[in-house]
Design a protein around this ligand. Structure first.
Ligand code: ATP
Length: 297
């Protein structure tokens, strides 16, 4: 089921196109990462689908149109550093959030446990570490049991331990069947947390799909001959091949980054009396330069 469908959204600010003709499909249960360096349009995109920012062009639809355009109780979000009452406990703060969200029957204990704050539930918010504050904010986003959670840079400013705890919390939420849409500028984070990713650069979508497909460092070799069976047989004897997929008239061989090269494959084919009619080594789908930007960010 489609949870969010974005079609050709564009948002311009004076002198800049913050989001440029963006289309995305988020399915139920996805942990969808929007990955891009600072200023690539991630927050603007989240603002648009939350109804906070108006797009200049394009459209989006939540839950196949069943809820209209206004995000409601089915969407919980954490957009910036959370504000809670510093002199109140975590538990009391969550009760206030539940009151504001008109949740008559909030499962505060369950939420505290989910974000691993049950031991500290009666400490005042101001005594919390940044990581604990962030996890309380995640609990607050979960009040009302929404179907979708939206997080903007959920691990920003946290130390490695805090990051690991937020990651674990997001995983637990996902295991409950929730759909998660999160923005991040850190490739490694998206790789670890997300099932799907959309990569933005200057508001434009560079690539989108499953994390396995998009962020892989694997290389692909397209290969063909008039004797496909002999070719398959040859490939079956090569070590390290991850997969061989048959396309119309040719094979796509997936290999690790340091796997056999196209040239070596050509040589092998020659030795096996196979004449190749196609041999293309495909680069990674993303500019390695861009991956470096996000990897080091
Ligand atoms: P960051 O991680 O730094 O927040 P981002 O990927 O979330 O980056 P956005 O905040 O969406 O990027 O910003 C995209 C571009 O739009 C940036 O160049 C930003 O300066 C610009 N922008 C965003 N909001 C406004 C605004 N209200 N007025 C003018 N320009 C804006």
């Amino acid at each position: 089921m489609s949870v969010l469908s974005i079609q050709n959204i564009t948002k311009k600010y004076p002198g800049i196109i913050a989001v440029n003709d963006l289309s995305l499909e988020v399915e139920k249960g996805n942990i969808y990462g929007i990955l891009g360096p600072n200023g690539s349009g991630k927050t603007t995109t989240l603002g648009i689908v939350l109804g906070i920012t108006r797009a200049d062009a394009g459209s989006f639809e939540w839950f196949e149109g069943k809820l209209g355009h206004k995000p409601n109780m089915q969407i919980g979000c954490l957009l910036e550093t959370p504000n809670f009452y510093p002199y109140m406990t975590a538990r009391k703060n969550l009760e206030i959030v539940a009151h504001i969200k008109k949740d008559q029957n909030p499962r505060i204990e369950e939420l505290l446990e989910l974000v691993n704050l049950n031991q500290r539930a009666d400490s005042k918010f101001r005594t919390y570490s940044l990581g604990m504050k962030q996890r309380l904010a995640i609990a607050a986003a979960m009040v009302g049991d929404p179907e979708v959670l939206i997080f903007d840079e959920p691990t920003n400013g946290l130390d490695p331990e805090g990051i690991a705890e937020v990651r674990e919390t997001i995983n637990k939420i996902s295991q409950r069947g929730k759909t998660i849409l999160m923005a991040s500028h850190i490739l490694a984070e998206v790789e670890k947390i997300c099932s799907h990713v959309a990569i933005l650069k200057k508001g434009k979508l560079l690539a989108s799909g499953t994390v396995g497909m998009i962020l892989t460092a694997d290389k692909l070799i397209e290969i063909s001959s008039d004797n496909i069976e002999a070719l398959k047989n040859m490939l079956s004897n090569i070590q390290g091949i991850k997969s061989v997929d048959e396309e119309k008239g040719y094979l796509i061989v997936t290999l690790p980054e340091d796997g056999i090269s196209a040239m070596q494959m050509n040589k092998l084919a020659f030795q096996n009396d196979i004449t190749l009619s196609r041999l293309i080594e495909r680069k990674r789908s993303l500019e390695s330069e861009f991956l470096e930007i996000t990897r080091n960010a």
